[in-house]
Design a protein around this ligand. Structure first.
Ligand SMILES: Cc1cc2nc3c(=O)[nH]c(=O)nc-3n(C[C@H](O)[C@H](O)[C@H](O)COP(=O)(O)OP(=O)(O)OC[C@H]3O[C@@H](n4cnc5c(N)ncnc54)[C@H](O)[C@@H]3O)c2cc1C
Length: 426
């Protein structure tokens, strides 16, 4: 009997648990370890931060759902990984042995790389449910006493979509309250141009998002490096295409949300260079296995992917739900092969399918494959995208609770857009 242990129970870890259990059956044991006993749907966080959702709508308790499927659950934090011993240590000093390890730990948020950034400094975050709830508390004070907003993504960031979403969602929320005229909004980003998205653009994402910014009177600074956030003031250095400094900005703000750069979580990073790259992201081969320890698999934001291209200010490649789903499929199938003595063969597709909400409308992007040059690029804007995202939220949470093994992103993309060229996902 093999013991498969999964660290993390979010977009990557929870589907991996359901899939591996279904694939291997009851002869093998599956254990999930997650810091929190509660699952939360991360893409809802921008809505949490303006009060359009609350915790009870986007969370559920993980243990009963896993128990129903015969999967063990431990609510604890993994503090160290000993890959030569196939052993983990938890924050309560327990040791857990594994035969296969799937790491789905997401990012560590690198607020410390910019002076004054983040919830312990002077800006808000929507990266976790707790951060989004804290952002909403501040938002309630802000709308009583509105002023300028600075929103965006710091140097080294890879997850740009939620920054755009939150800028547009705030715009919508402020218009509904009839106080938008009191709030100048500036979008600040390390991307070389609006709509780059860490992907080198998707279709006409540049034109589409720039136009949206203009329609909504959101001014923007690209190739931006944030040097410091102070109470009520952001220090930004703008650069040209050669990476040379062109202008220094001091932007006053009454409210600010900046997405930070990501790095690997401590327990993973501490294993060292055989497991992780210099940012602490897990090195994986085409089969999602770590090259040195081939019984360790990485899925989701925690894996190392090179930037799509070099940009004047560093940007990373986003790892989105659709890609993560295909990494899960590949990992699960390859563990099955290994257990059955056959060679691994499943490879993640790494396609990007994103629904970006703007509060009232939205933009949908498809990039096949994610890294250019591509076979398919597709970007559309419309009210239907907003509603598609609302429906996807319900659909995903309901199915994760039920323990589905269906590839949800894949199925939804197909249903929504009638796309038949996507390769199987999860
Ligand atoms: C605000 C926001 C909105 C997003 N919206 C979208 C979207 O609309 N569409 C899309 O495709 N993508 C979106 N993404 C990108 C991506 O899909 C999500 O970040 C996704 O949640 C990543 O899943 P993950 O499982 O890799 O990591 P995470 O969701 O970060 O989950 C990691 C899990 O591991 C646990 N963990 C970490 N370290 C340990 C440890 N040492 N021991 C035990 N447990 C640990 C954490 O508690 C967490 O539960 C969004 C990202 C953000 C930040």
């Amino acid at each position: 009997m093999a013991h498969v242990v999964i660290i993390g129970a979010s977009t990557g870890g929870l589907p991996a648990a359901y899939d591996i259990q279904a694939k291997l059956g009851s002869k093998h044991e599956v254990t999930v370890i997650n810091t929190s006993p509660t699952y939360s749907f991360i893409p809802s966080n921008p809505w949490i931060a303006v009060g359009w959702r609350n915790r009870s709508q986007v969370t559920f308790e993980i243990e009963p759902c896993l128990k129903n499927k015969g999967i063990n659950f431990i609510a604890a934090t993994v503090t160290s990984i000993e890959p030569n011993e196939n052993r983990l240590t938890l924050n309560d000093n327990r040791s857990i042995d594994y035969d296969y390890l799937i790491i789905a730990t997401g990012p560590k948020l690198a607020f410390d790389e910019v002076d004054g950034l983040g919830p312990d400094g002077h800006t808000q975050s929507i990266c976790t449910l707790g951060h989004a709830e804290a952002a909403y508390e501040q938002w309630q004070d802000f709308i009583q006493s509105p002023g300028p907003i600075v929103v965006g993504a710091a140097q080294g960031a890879s997850c740009f979509g939620p920054a755009y979403e939150f800028a547009m969602i705030m715009d919508t929320a402020l218009r509904r309250k009839r106080i938008r005229d009191q709030v100048p909004i500036t979008f600040v980003t390390s991307e070389p141009y609006i709509g780059h998205l860490g992907l080198g653009g998707v279709g006409d994402s540049k034109g589409l998002l720039e136009s949206e910014m203009r329609q909504r009177h959101i001014s923007f600074i690209t190739n931006a490096k944030i040097t410091k956030a102070e109470a009520g003031k952001m220090h930004i250095v703008e650069h040209n295409r050669k990476g040379e400094e062109t202008e220094h900005h001091e932007l006053p703000f009454a409210y600010s949300m900046i997405l930070p750069a990501f790095k690997g979580v401590d327990a993973v990073n501490a294993v060292g260079e055989d497991l992780v790259n210099p940012r602490g992201f897990i090195k994986v081969d085409q089969y999602q296995r770590n090259p040195k320890w081939q019984n360790i698999y990485g899925v989701g934001v925690c894996i190392a992917i090179p930037p799509v291209e070099t940009t004047p200010i560093p940007t990373g490649t986003p790892k989105t739900g659709y890609m993560i789903e295909s990494m899960v499929t590949a990992s699960v199938n390859n563990i099955w092969h290994d257990l059955n003595g056959s060679e691994p063969e499943a490879v993640a597709t790494w396609n990007a399918f994103c629904l970006a909400d703007m509060g009232d409308v939205g933009a949908a992007f498809i990039a096949l494959p994610q890294i250019p040059p591509r076979n398919v690029t597709w970007a559309r804007r419309g009210r239907w995208v907003h509603w598609a995202k609302v429906l996807f939220e319900k659909y995903f949470i309901r199915n994760m609770k039920k323990g589905t093994t269906e590839p949800l992103y894949q199925k939804y993309a197909l249903r929504l857009m009638g796309i038949d060229r996507l390769k199987p996902g999860r």
